[in-house]
Design a binder for this molecule. Structure first.
Ligand SMILES: O=C(O)CCC(=O)C(=O)O
Ligand SMILES: [Fe+2]
Length: 318
């Protein structure tokens, strides 16, 4: 009770029968929408390299970090924000961080463009770009499992919603916090399809399952995987996009690395007709009715991001 499952996803990558993994993914997605993945094949060396570079960056003085501030990223929404700069649930979060995304020429749409990498830590940019490539493969593999779990063709996502995915990647640095200090990340659900979260050795993530709040501490060699609002919407609520939050009470600094793998910017994500009758009609935690949103994913994402960065929204979008 209260434990999130660990699912070995290696059959989704090595051609063995993936039925068992798909069934475990289904059970986890119906239950809490959260599980750990092992057998993902991400090199430990790459993780160590990115972790070390990120630590070097966050140890720099604020005025140096602000050289790549999000204000400089403009419409691409890239770069550094200081502690208190993001308001996940309406209040300033107790964390600082860097926003990255797919490295591409700006195409005129919000959130597209080039990353801002710090000159002072040149190895960070190289590690992040490698990590984005590797995690794209991991995410497509997990989505093969999700597709199989829904009795869809295993390439359902790769040839559709994630043929040209929206990719966001963040590195967060949480200073140590006391119990009455407020949240590192306020309660929220993720917006897209899939989040793959790498955590350092420090706990802090909590997930609101039907049994109440449970901890999702780091397990060596795994990622925490959770589904976002678009998978909830696609499945008519059969799969759950579940609220979670972070408070770093470890007494140490905590780093986390969430990778968000989302539908293409222009994709609309209507519910699958095959699941229409399975909707339990459950109300969402925040009262939002996902079915009421019928526009493209990009509009949904901008509505969410604009709320957590009100100033940036005012500068960039309005
Ligand atoms: O830092 C974490 O452990 C989780 C962060 C998170 O939930 C998010 O960025 O959406
Ligand atoms: Fe999240």
């Amino acid at each position: 009770m209260g434990e999130l499952p660990v699912i070995d996803v290696s059959p989704l990558f090595d051609g063995r029968s993936a039925d068992g993994a798909a069934r475990q993914i289904e059970a986890a997605c119906v239950d809490s929408g959260f599980f750990y993945i092992s057998g993902h094949g991400v090199p430990a060396e790459l993780i160590a390299r990115m972790d070390a570079a990120a630590r070097r960056f966050f140890a720099l003085p604020d005025e140096v970090k602000m050289k790549i501030s999000m204000a400089r990223g403009g419409r691409a929404w890239r770069g550094f924000f200081p502690v208190g700069g993001e308001l996940t649930s309406g209040r300033p979060d107790l964390k600082e961080g860097i926003y990255f995304g797919a490295e591409r020429e700006p195409d005129g749409r919000p959130l597209s463009g080039r990353n801002l990498f710090p000159d002072e830590v040149p190895e960070l940019g190289a590690a992040v770009l490698s990590y984005l490539r590797v995690m794209t493969e991991v995410a497509q593999g997990v989505l093969r499992g999700v597709a199989l779990s829904l009795e869809l063709d295993e390439d359902y996502f790769a040839t559709g919603y994630t043929a040209d995915p929206t990719i966001l990647f963040r590195i967060f640095h949480y200073p140590p916090a006391a119990a009455d200090d407020g949240w590192g990340v306020g309660e929220h659900t993720d917006y897209g399809l899939l989040t793959l979260l790498l955590q350092d050795d420090n706990a802090g993530l909590q997930v609101h399952t039907t049994g109440g709040w449970v901890d999702a501490p780091p397990i060596p060699g795994t990622f925490v995987c959770n589904i976002g609002d678009m998978l909830d919407k696609l499945t008519g609520g059969h799969y759950r996009s579940t609220p979670h939050r972070v408070r770093n009470e470890s007494g140490r600094e905590r780093l986390s690395f969430p990778f968000f793998f989302d539908p293409g910017w222009d994709s609309e994500v209507p519910p699958l007709p095959s699941l229409a009758r399975r909707d339990g009609g459950r109300a969402r935690w925040d009262g939002q009715d996902l079915r009421a949103f019928t526009g493209p994913y990009g509009d949904y994402l901008l509505g969410k991001v604009g709320k957590v960065f009100p100033q940036l929204r005012a500068d960039v979008l309005d």
